[in-house]
Design a protein around this ligand. Structure first.
Ligand code: TPP
Ligand code: SF4
Ligand code: MG
Length: 295
């Protein structure tokens, strides 16, 4: 296994707060996801100049604005390709992608399997509230069947008056099937556990997937329900066993929190590094010949 990045002295949480105060509704789960991120960065002593946060569109997509680091608030569903490009161009950076269940698994869903199989060393945090928050409460790919999506605002119509008819996507099952080298689940209501998950995700070399349950208290308030149904991974659970992880993902009736799977696989950077050398060797003589022609 490759060595974990050298330890740096911790910094202050305030080093990572930008001048922009979060615009989320009071009580939104995204606050917990963000504060855990500040804490993790501070504990790792990361220089804000070495961090890039990339997002798509959604309430969750606003997160980079609130972090004192490089940030890119991209287009809806396209955060993953942007982030992979950034990491490949500058492998020294810590690249974190954030976004919603809609951004990642509806419009951006086609990018997830390829990011997983490519295994570029970035961390992807999906802030899953089972709803489209920013656009005011339409059902998302993870909304539970039967949900009628009633907003707290009396002026808002019901977004799914006859109930959601589709079966929700099982995002943990999907990424495990795609071959994720790291998959974990946390809950904004347990921010300290989320910090530990982030550390493991950032330590992991390869694509790290983190499903962060993050309730939308305005359009689909799942907070009380989720608080009562989250539980730790089973005691005898072995996170290196992908088949066991898949079995759990297909059968669980509660939200298991923790590291679901961690395995070793070459990163895209490792593989492309070898190809780069080969290309250099093969093209060097031709390039030199070409240069001579113009000298
Ligand atoms: C191409 C495009 N299609 C649709 C939209 C409208 N839109 C903006 S955010 C969003 C969904 C947001 O839901 P999610 O990703 O779950 O984020 P949340 O707001 O819940 O954090 C949609 C449909 C858009 N901005 N761009
Ligand atoms: S609408 Fe929902 S997801 Fe968006 S900020 Fe408000 S509580 Fe959070
Ligand atoms: Mg959402």
């Amino acid at each position: 296994m490759a060595p974990v990045a050298e330890q740096k002295p911790p910094r202050k949480i305030t080093d990572y707060r930008s001048e922009n105060r979060p615009t989320w509704c009071p009580g939104c789960g995204d606050f917990g996801v963000l504060s855990a991120l500040y804490k993790c960065f501070a504990q790792r002593g990361l220089d804000p100049k070495e961090i890039v946060i990339v997002s798509g569109i959604g309430c969750s997509g606003r997160l980079p604005e609130f972090v004192n680091a490089y940030g890119l608030h991209g287009v809806h569903g396209r955060a993953l390709p942007i982030a992979q490009g950034i990491k490949l161009a500058n492998p020294e950076l810590t690249v974190v992608v954030v976004g919603g269940d809609g951004d990642g698994f509806a419009i951006g869903g086609g990018h997830v399997p390829h990011a997983v199989r490519r295994n570029v060393d970035i961390t992807y945090i999906v802030m899953d509230n089972e709803i489209y928050g920013l656009t005011k409460g339409q059902p998302s790919p993870t909304t539970q069947a039967g949900m009628t999506a009633v907003s707290k605002s009396p002026s808002m119509p019901k977004m799914a008056p006859y109930g959601v008819l589709e079966t929700p996507l099982n995002m943990m099952g999907m990424v495990l099937t795609y071959g994720a080298s790291f998959a974990a689940r946390g809950f904004s209501g347990k921010p300290n556990d989320l910090v530990e998950i982030y550390h493991k995700a950032l330590d992991h070399r390869g694509f790290s997937f983190v499903q962060a349950l993050s309730p939308c208290v305005t359009f689909y308030d799942t907070y009380e329900n989720w608080k009562s149904i989250v539980k730790p991974m089973p005691e005898t659970y072995d996170p290196t066993d992908r088949a066991a992880a898949l079995q759990l993902a297909m059968t669980e009736d509660r939200f298991h929190l923790g590291i679901w799977h961690q395995g070793e696989r070459a990163t895209y950077e490792d593989l492309v590094g070898g190809v780069r050398e080969q290309v250099k060797e093969e093209t060097q003589p031709h390039l030199q010949q070409l240069f001579k022609m113009f000298m």
